[in-house]
Design a protein around this ligand. Structure first.
Ligand SMILES: C[S@@+](CC[C@H](N)C(=O)[O-])C[C@H]1O[C@@H](n2cnc3c(N)ncnc32)[C@H](O)[C@@H]1O
Length: 200
């Protein structure tokens, strides 16, 4: 039988620092939508650690959804839903309501239209006060970009000219225009940031 479970080595390294931030950000109960769940390893880890919440994974890529479904089935977790086909850039989202939204390592590995769609879509489904949590590397006004992030940016742009590190200020401006306040920023290992917006 084919095993569709994929591994992202970075997910094993960053899942606990992200979980530590999420514990202070997510509500105690409700549904958490993850956009761009990738392999599914993050959301499985969060669902195991926070049994009071229901976790809804999603991804635009069918292979990623197969991996998420395989990990979810293997986990036996009752608070982890099957993955949805959700393209952040689309004007129609498969989800109409959630109490929090997560998007880890997507906005620099997709065209800017995905970030625009993420803000528009998340604003449409989240109630006032609900968090939108982003994680990844950024450029930031007044801060030197780490050499490792500069190299990563060059690599991303080489793979697709529409990809690349985003400026935190541009992402925040988009979020504010879509109806969020913030951001609250936490520096993370390996020159990444946790960025939390809240629905106004
Ligand atoms: C680098 S992976 C990150 C996966 C996971 N969040 C992680 O950190 O391990 C980027 C993911 O974003 C997804 N993705 C890219 N563009 C997307 C979009 N417009 N809507 C939803 N998912 C998207 C890809 O299919 C891929 O699974």
């Amino acid at each position: 039988m084919t095993d569709h479970r994929q591994h992202a080595p970075a997910a094993a390294r960053n899942r606990d620092p992200i979980l530590a931030v999420l514990r202070g950000v997510l509500p105690r109960t409700g549904t958490v939508l993850e956009i761009a769940s990738g392999t599914g390893e993050h959301i499985m880890h969060f669902a195991a650690a926070m049994p009071g919440l229901v976790f809804q994974p999603s991804d635009a890529d069918p292979e990623a959804r197969r991996s998420i479904a395989a990990w979810a089935a293997d986990s036996g977790l009752s608070n982890l839903r099957p993955p949805l086909a959700l393209d952040a850039a689309s004007s129609i989202w498969e989800v109409t309501a959630a109490d929090a939204a997560l998007c880890i390592n997507m906005i620099h590995i997709s065209p800017w239209a995905s970030t625009e769609g993420l803000m528009r879509g998340a604003a449409a489904i989240l109630p006032p006060g609900a968090p939108l949590y982003l994680y990844g590397p950024y450029r930031r006004a007044g801060f030197a970009t780490a050499p490792s992030n500069e190299a990563f940016d060059r690599d991303l742009r080489g793979r697709n000219p529409a990809w690349g590190l985003r400026e935190l200020e541009a992402v925040a401006a988009l979020a504010v225009a879509a109806g969020f306040s913030g951001p609250a920023v936490t520096e993370m290992p390996a020159n990444n940031l946790s960025v939390v917006f809240r629905r106004r």
